[in-house]
Design a protein around this ligand. Structure first.
Ligand code: ADP
Length: 456
């Protein structure tokens, strides 16, 4: 779950708890106070009835009732029972009220009891040795209705509040996480090929600013390390070149020296061949280092991919004269503009040569097909061979420098070609895909964005 939603939910749950507790408190407080006031009204009536009952003088009794009716009115289902004090068991039973209720009542101090929505009051009154007990009951229909209304109001209020809280919580956390999402977006765009890019730091003086700064510091250190590593490889291969050239020159000289025994000449030839391989290796390493890091963008031009592939084929013919590379032009786009890529001709040529030469090498010169096509954004070159394939779990590593798959035992190589190809294609904002099956063949698909930008 996104942190943003989590925060909105926690926020809502917390508010729900608080509002619920508050509602329960309000409900019980209101209920207590309504019921207390109703009891009080019942007690006043009970008192009047009790004292009226104690009167010997009947005209006074009627005055009591008159006052009660006129000034107090009657309560819903109001009932008064005048009992002897103490009441007999039969009466108690008939009223089905707990006997403790009768016993608790002291003289003139009413006792309250609530049962099945009905409020009961018992009051003891005494006058001139005459003692009575009044049990009054009434139903607080008005209070019950009020409480029902209050309950509905609180429930509706609760749900409306929840909807508000959740909506605002979401908007709020959305707002809070905006800068974080911006950082995630920016960080996604930074990789080994544009390590110089930095996050925009907004002076907000908060954690987000600190995070951006920390990230930029880390990028600074990473960039320095990358640069150091690249410079090292670059310098080392550069330094190797001169002595290698000298050695190969000397070997060539030795080979052509007259009068030397054949075995010595053979040795010179071997030295010459091995040094040539070393030269090739150092040159590849140099290119790998140069392309691996914020590639140099001088000498970029419009490169036509179909022409480039033709020149790759010619180069392949020179290196492996008995190759079976065929170019399939059937899917060329009608619009020639979709074949032109903005790039460095020499690098692109090296990139495609590596793939094509590999295909010939790892298939022992079985047919290799190169298909050129285009989609809405890319020129697509597919190079398919029928060679030894790449074991499934090693496919992910073939672009790692010096990696060679486990089935390449009898084929010579260094594991530099493909990383270089990958770097070059990425430098050109493209990508390389590999599909392979052991003993069946391998297909490399490269995508390069074409330069064509104006829409007619
Ligand atoms: P290498 O010098 O070993 O050919 P690359 O960098 O060109 O180095 O290739 C890396 C590895 O990828 C190779 O060692 C091989 O295991 C695998 N590979 C590349 N192309 C093919 C192919 N067409 N068929 C089978 N395996 C391949």
């Amino acid at each position: 779950m996104r942190i943003q939603n989590k925060i909105a939910l926690i926020f809502t749950a917390l508010s729900a708890g608080i509002i619920w507790a508050l509602s329960v408190f309000v409900y019980f407080f209101a209920s207590e106070s309504i019921s207390a006031s109703f009891f009080h009204r019942l007690e006043v009536r009970s008192d009047i009835v009790g004292h009226a009952a104690l009167q010997e003088n009947k005209s006074l009794t009627s005055i009591y009732y008159d006052i009660k009716e006129r000034h107090l009115g009657s309560l819903p289902y109001e009932k008064h029972r005048i009992l002897p004090d103490p009441p007999d068991e039969a009466t108690k039973k008939r009223l089905s009220l707990p006997s403790s209720f009768f016993e608790a009542s002291k003289n003139e101090i009413p006792v309250r009891f609530f049962n099945h929505d009905t409020s009961y009051v018992v009051l003891r009154v005494a006058r001139d040795n005459k003692r009575l007990m009044v049990v009054s009951s009434a139903l607080d229909t008005y209070g019950m209705q009020e409480m029902g209304n209050l309950k509905n109001l609180l429930l509706i209020g609760f749900f409306i509040a929840m909807i508000f809280v959740f909506t605002f919580g979401k908007l709020f956390s959305n707002e809070i996480f905006k800068p974080i999402r911006r950082i995630i977006r920016n960080v996604k765009g930074i990789n080994a090929h544009n390590l110089h890019q930095r996050l925009v730091v907004e002076p907000t003086d908060d954690d987000v600013e600190a995070l951006s700064r920390t990230f930029n510091d880390m990028l600074d250190r990473l960039e320095v390390t990358f640069e150091m590593q690249n410079n090292f490889v670059s310098n080392a291969s550069h330094e190797f070149r001169t002595p290698l050239t000298v050695v190969s020159g000397e070997a060539e000289l030795g080979m052509s020296m007259p009068g030397l025994p054949e075995s010595v000449k053979e040795s010179f030839l071997n030295i010459y061949k091995e040094v040539e391989k070393l030269e090739h290796l150092t040159n590849s390493m140099l290119s790998l280092a140069q392309t691996g890091f914020d590639g140099k963008k001088e000498q970029w031009e419009g490169v036509r991919i179909d022409e480039l592939i033709l020149s790759v084929k010619e180069a392949t013919d020179r290196i492996i004269p008995d190759n079976h590379v065929v170019i399939d032009f059937d899917n060329l786009p009608d619009d020639e503009g979709k074949l032109v890529v903005n790039g460095n001709l020499a690098l692109l040529k090296a990139a495609f040569s590596n793939i094509v030469l590999n295909s010939c090498k790892y298939s022992d010169n079985k047919p290799v097909r190169i298909k050129i096509s285009a989609d809405a954004k890319y020129v697509i070159v597919e190079i398919t061979d029928q060679g030894i394939g790449i074991p499934d779990r090693e496919i992910g590593q073939i672009f790692v420098p010096f990696f060679r798959a486990s089935n390449t035992g009898r084929y010579k190589g260094y594991g530099i070609g493909l990383p270089l190809t990958n770097n070059i294609i990425r430098m050109h904002q493209g990508k390389v895909e590999v599909h392979s099956r052991v003993q069946e063949g391998t297909r490399f698909i490269t995508y390069l964005p074409y330069r064509y930008s104006h829409h007619s």
